[in-house]
Design a protein around this ligand. Structure first.
Ligand SMILES: *Cc1c(COP(=O)(O)O)cnc(C)c1O
Length: 400
């Protein structure tokens, strides 16, 4: 076997299995094993101070059965469109839902105000529109202010702070907006400060949370009004690639406990929350595709499977990564068997971008066998161009 490329670590819940239990699944498919998510929530709850609420950011995975299952386990849902808001309202009361995201249209603001969902304002102008809509409806809008922090989460795959940004409001402008919210008699719900995503650097997460609390305190002083809630963001990453190691949530929880014990007085009455997407659901998901063809081209063996980039853009390296690396992968019925050949797993699309695994060493696969791509529970089905080339979408299954 010549020069196989490494792939990422298979999540612990699956790594020891001889075979996945879903060998007969109709493919292509995503299977979400909810026991994994349940365990993540329990671990997080045990690690975090009781005062810190846990929100689920549903853009990571808005599959309705998964939302119904996770809603009772978390304290809130964070949404980023009216479509996500409608799904969230099916499973959660409005007062535990917050709606962030730039460019909210008037119809979206209207729907949020009517429903009683908290709007995380992304600009002064959006704040003005939300206040006007509340007035027109005769409804007191619930408004929080999203801050563009003057720092970013180190080591994060998607930085959302420390620079010019479509997200949030510059610190210097926050007091003006809060004053307007209070002056117009709207319900001020607090501050939302999100500095980045997919960080595996525990120390960076701890430092960012400390800086976030600091910033919230400074803003509270400047506004002359303590925020009812401080949403500290999240950004906990999961291992996708060779060498990736999980974040230490117990260390994060302990540090957060210390920070909250030493809170500046202006935040002593505030509630706190973190919002996580992929950390809660990413490792629960497995993308499954079946081998349709085996072919050899110039001594490279290709396994052509029945789905690819159209369902799982991220695993092909085309969603937020600079260098293409291999997601964790296995031959689903021979998980512990020794590797026998080096293969590239490609999807059925007519583009060289459609490569799920590049030159990985696996036991020999035949036509009809199932290939599993792990760490696929977040930013999979809904973050992929499913209409591209007109193949059927992947089915999704929740295993409770
Ligand atoms: C995308 C997003 C999240 C979730 O990020 P994950 O990396 O999935 O945890 C949380 N908050 C905001 C504001 C987001 O935009």
């Amino acid at each position: 076997m010549s020069n196989p490329k490494p792939f990422g670590p298979i999540p612990p819940e699956f790594a020891g299995l001889d075979a996945l239990p879903w060998l007969d699944v109709a493919t292509p498919a995503y299977v979400y094993d909810f026991a994994v998510t349940r365990a993540r929530v329990a671990r997080l709850r045990a690690a975090l101070p009781e005062r810190v609420a846990v929100h689920y950011a549903i853009k990571a995975n808005p599959f309705p059965p998964l939302l119904a299952a996770i809603a009772p386990l978390v304290d809130g849902l964070d949404v980023a469109s009216a479509g996500e808001m409608a799904r969230a309202l099916d499973v959660m009361t409005a007062d535990a839902i917050s709606f962030a995201g730039p460019g909210k249209r008037d119809e979206e603001l209207d729907a949020a105000v009517r429903a009683g969902v908290t709007i995380n304002l992304e600009s002064i102008a959006e704040g003005q529109r939300a206040l006007a809509i509340g007035k027109a409806l005769g409804v007191r809008p619930r408004l929080a202010v999203r801050v563009n922090p003057d720092f970013e989460l180190r080591g994060s795959g998607m930085k959302m702070g420390g620079r010019a940004s479509p997200f949030g409001i510059e610190s210097a402008h926050v007091p003006v907006l809060v004053e307007r919210i209070l002056g117009e008699g709207a319900e001020w719900r607090g501050l939302h400060i999100f500095a980045g995503s997919q960080s595996l650097d525990t120390d960076a997460i701890i430092a960012t949370q400390a800086a976030t609390i600091d910033l919230a305190a400074r803003l509270a002083e400047a506004c002359g009004a303590p925020p009812p809630l401080v949403n500290l963001g999240g950004g906990f990453g999961i291992p996708y690639f060779p060498g990736d190691a999980p974040v230490d949530v117990e260390a994060i929880g302990a540090a957060l406990g210390e920070a909250l014990a030493a809170l500046p007085g202006v935040l002593s009455g505030s509630a706190f929350a973190i919002e996580l997407g992929r950390w809660l659901v990413g490792e629960a998901g497995v993308y499954l595709a079946r081998v349709v063809d085996r072919k050899v081209s110039q001594s490279e063996t290709f396994l052509v499977v029945d789905g690819g980039l159209n369902h799982h853009l991220a695993a092909t390296g085309n969603f937020g990564t600079v260098v293409r690396r291999n997601y964790p992968v296995a031959l689903a019925h021979r998980m512990q068997d020794a590797a026998e050949e080096v293969v590239s797993v490609v999807g059925p699309l007519c583009t060289p971008l459609d490569r799920l695994a590049d030159r990985v060493a696996l036991p020999q696969a035949q036509v009809g066998d199932l290939i599993a791509i792990f760490a696929s529970g977040a930013y999979g089905a809904t973050a992929s161009p499913s209409a591209f080339l007109g193949h059927p979408p992947a089915e999704e299954f929740l295993i409770e």
